[in-house]
Design a protein around this ligand. Sequence first.
Ligand code: SIN
Length: 489
Amino acid sequence: MQISSDSFKKTGLLHEQSLIDGEWRESATGHRISVSNPATGSVIGSVPDMSFEETNQAIAAADKAQKGWAKRTAAERAALLEAWFDLTMSKQQELGALMTAEQGKPLQEAMGEIAYAASFIKWFGEEARRVSGRTVPSPWPDRRIVTLKEPVGVCAIITPWNFPAAMITRKIAPALAAGCAVVIKPSELTPFTALALADLAEQAGIPAGVINVVTGMPTDIGAALTQSETVRKLSFTGSTRVGALLMAQSAPTIKKLSLELGGNAPFIVFDDADLDAAVEGCIASKFRNGGQTCVCSNRILVQAGVYESFAEKLAAKVNAMRVGAGDVEGTEIGPMINAEAVAKIDGHVQDALAQGAQIVGDRPAIPKGDTYVAPVVLKDATAQMRLASEETFGPVAALFRFQTEQEAVALANDTPFGLAAYFYTRDHARAWRVGEGLEAGLVGLNVGIMACDVAPFGGVKQSGLGREGGTEGIEDFLETKAFHMGGLS
Ligand code: SIN
């Protein structure tokens, strides 16, 4: 059933203030930032542009709340996370509609993201009760040594616009489960989903000040979060350029860091692959969220023997995709986030065409407006083209040709990034060789989607530090204390 894109307006979930210490707050300056629907350009609402000082107030609120939150038992924290999960799922349609309005992704996909986001709340609520230290064999006869797992404290959470719900919960659910409190700075392009989720968390009983949401432009808020000595950890998802900047800004206060940064994922199709399955996997990995994910395949490497047939099969599906507003039934590719994103994507396509790439078949029709891009399959891509070394972040499937397995792995690894890599083969020995040879934090064999709550997610090389999700995800929000107890002779 399709629901209207503005159904969220009646739900009370559209908040146009920041949330600090349980209070909805305006900025003292009165400056506001408008949030637009990428499908239409119309303004949905606005949020305050909070200052350096107001961000520090949120940090102080988190610091105060964290002490009491950490003293709750793990079972109490787990029960509150479970209640938050239930409330989030009970509002799946309304939250999905809100996300479609501010981010643009098709409504079914947005609702899928709400379920994905909620799965982190559930998973980490369960993990809260499994945090434990260990007993260390003591080298002294009169001493015992144990390790204690303790929350790191106040955490700064900076999230992107492409997954307005899941990137929030993948970070704050483990933080809360561990006993931390958070100050979130959501993307200024998509703040409403974050504010709605924080509201639901408080309705579920999570105490005021444990989750604070500071809206606004990045410079002052980022400076306050990184300069603060109270903030002990920063978790960021976004570009490698901004990640490096935040890392430098966090250096003087030696913060723990989790950085989920850019990617340039290879998707390799070997001659022995199940081609239909590879096409399905390629569509899933390349066109999810209109190609706007860090794990989207960016370079599709196809072995010479199946190159032409794979190109044709893929283009047949891609050229039949329906492009439109996210709240129109049947839309598969929504608008891009803004006109600048479209300019970059078009730039990649033009550059590739100028250097000899060819469009396979006819691209689908697109609605009027400056945020739509017709998905495209490009043949004869080469390493010199911009799309080989830069993340396109759009619905462009560029096919590179290779001859040997060794060449494919070398091409795949020829990037400073290492977030995700995919490959399709039916050869068991090759599966192990290539799986071990690819330099990436996530490797998919015969799969196009790897996002889930139970497995670790994160990159190597310039794709980042730390892991989110899985049992590893909560570890990143814990400190290990070695407790030596002497005088026991
Ligand atoms: C991302 O694009 O950063 C996240 C994608 C995912 O969770 O699969």
